[in-house]
Design a protein around this ligand. Structure first.
Ligand SMILES: [Zn+2]
Length: 78
């Protein structure tokens, strides 16, 4: 049985992921597990998703393609 990382750690993991700093598969799994049952974090991520989309639209040339692809893939799961 997985332990729950809690809201604070889930959000921290999300930002780390956006920065390309979350490369531990177990951390990603714990983060996804938390989002699977926490509505509060799910809404938060949903908001960040919209923000991220806007950022990508306004700063497309500044973001490396591979990072944008990785973020899109992660966000597509939720
Ligand atoms: Zn939460």
């Amino acid at each position: 049985m997985k332990h729950d990382i809690g809201c604070l750690q889930a959000i921290e993991a999300f930002y780390a992921y956006l920065d390309g700093e979350l490369d531990n598969p177990e951390s990603i799994e714990e983060f996804e597990h938390h989002l699977g049952h926490c509505r509060s974090c799910f809404s938060r991520i949903d908001m960040e998703k919209a923000l991220n989309k806007r950022l990508r639209e306004t700063a497309q040339k500044e973001s490396p393609d591979d990072l944008r692809d990785r973020v899109s893939k992660l966000l597509a799961k939720f």
